[in-house]
Design a protein around this ligand. Structure first.
Ligand code: FAD
Ligand code: SF4
Length: 316
């Protein structure tokens, strides 16, 4: 691990100002992803700004009838919150499908959104990886690509986003609240938060360098049957091959977002109009531009079948 300096920020403004002063700084929350990456020298911040002392660990109702989740709310606490379990069941289920109990006790809302890909070549510093080292190539293209993206990928990167929570947040139309390093605050709809890889797979979100996430806001509950189904290689402690977050109303309409298939949670609003017509019709729209590799083409059939199972479960 490279040496670094460390400070504990006391307010969001102080954290943001520190990030402004030190361009090589990173925020650290639960540390469950960042520390692993630092040990492997994939992330090499010169300075760590510990945000755990910021008072961002509350879940509060909003005036609009939704919920404001502080950036530091731990995944365990968010999944167990009675309001989340009652009104945003898809979020609670997605959180519980991720990682392990101990990891969820440490992992935070903001850290979970910003965790890096689990592409094995990204973690292996002997391999070329445009996301780790821009311009170096992509060892996954032509390599072992069973877990990689089937849609929205580019010639530069075919990685998937690993978060389960983010898939549910996308289905729920969450909004990310931030403080920019130069001071102003802003809100970013989750639909505009993640980027596709394009030519710059190392730039994963629309955050500015040093921009601090302070909260994630959920709109008023939309009701419906809320399901999160994750298909993976083993029953726990594994990332999704395919996951489906669904909110299905009594008349069969609703929303679906998929994990494990793209560089970001994959939701195509036009596909949702097909929900009353069944999984095949939805999948055709979701994957109209899919370009799987020979090794991961199975994900298209798997996604359609998982979607079918979820829609059948929603019908009861
Ligand atoms: C063995 C293992 C299995 C796992 N399995 C799953 C799984 O199945 N599903 C799943 O979804 N996840 C899984 N995870 C990932 C886990 O959920 C993440 O590591 C965790 O959510 C990251 O949160 P953190 O608070 O620890 O983030 P940190 O490691 O502290 O930070 C992660 C990133 O977020 C940035 N950051 C943190 N807080 C802020 C903030 N307020 N504003 C701006 N930037 C910030 C950091 O700078 C860093 O870049 C697994 C992890 C491990 C180690
Ligand atoms: S798929 Fe993306 S993360 Fe994986 S090796 Fe290629 S560039 Fe790196």
């Amino acid at each position: 691990m490279r040496s670094f300096t460390y400070e504990r920020a006391r307010t969001p403004a102080e954290a943001a100002a520190s990030a402004m002063r030190k361009p090589d700084a990173k925020f650290i929350a639960g540390g469950t992803n960042l520390l692993d990456l630092m040990k492997l020298e994939i992330e090499t911040p010169a300075h760590l700004i510990d945000v755990n002392g910021l008072a961002l660990d509350k879940i509060e109702p909003t005036q609009e009838g939704g919920l404001r989740i502080g950036a530091l709310v731990r995944n365990t606490d968010l999944a167990a919150d009675t309001r989340v379990r009652r009104d945003y069941g898809v979020l609670s289920r997605a959180l519980l499908a991720g990682a392990s109990g101990q990891l969820r006790n440490m992992a935070t809302t903001a850290g979970n959104l910003l965790q890096r890909t689990r592409c094995p070549y990204f973690y292996d510093t002997n391999q070329s990886c445009n996301k780790r080292k821009p311009g170096s190539g992509c060892a996954a293209i032509g390599g072992f690509s069973r877990q990689h993206a089937v849609v929205g990928a580019s010639e530069a990167c075919i990685a998937t986003h690993p978060s389960d929570m983010a898939v549910a947040m996308r289905a729920l139309d969450a909004t990310v609240e931030t403080v920019r390093p130069d001071g102003p605050t802003r809100t970013i709809p989750i639909a505009e938060f993640y980027r596709l890889p394009g030519d710059t797979p190392h730039i994963e979100t629309t955050l500015m360098p040093g921009e601090l996430i302070t909260a994630v806001t959920l709109p008023k509950p939309v009701g419906g049957k809320q399901i999160y189904r994750k298909v993976r290689d083993r029953a726990s402690y594994a990332f999704a091959l395919v996951s489906v977050a669904a909110i299905v109303q009594r008349d069969g309409t609703g929303r679906v977002a998929l994990g494990g298939v793209a560089h970001k949670p994959w939701r195509v609003e036009a596909a949702e109009a097909q929900m009353p017509n069944g999984a095949k019709a939805v999948a055709e729209r979701l994957f109209a531009d899919a370009r799987p590799t020979r090794q991961n083409a199975f994900k298209l059939a798997l996604a359609e079948r998982t979607l079918g199972a979820v829609l059948a479960e929603a019908k009861g």
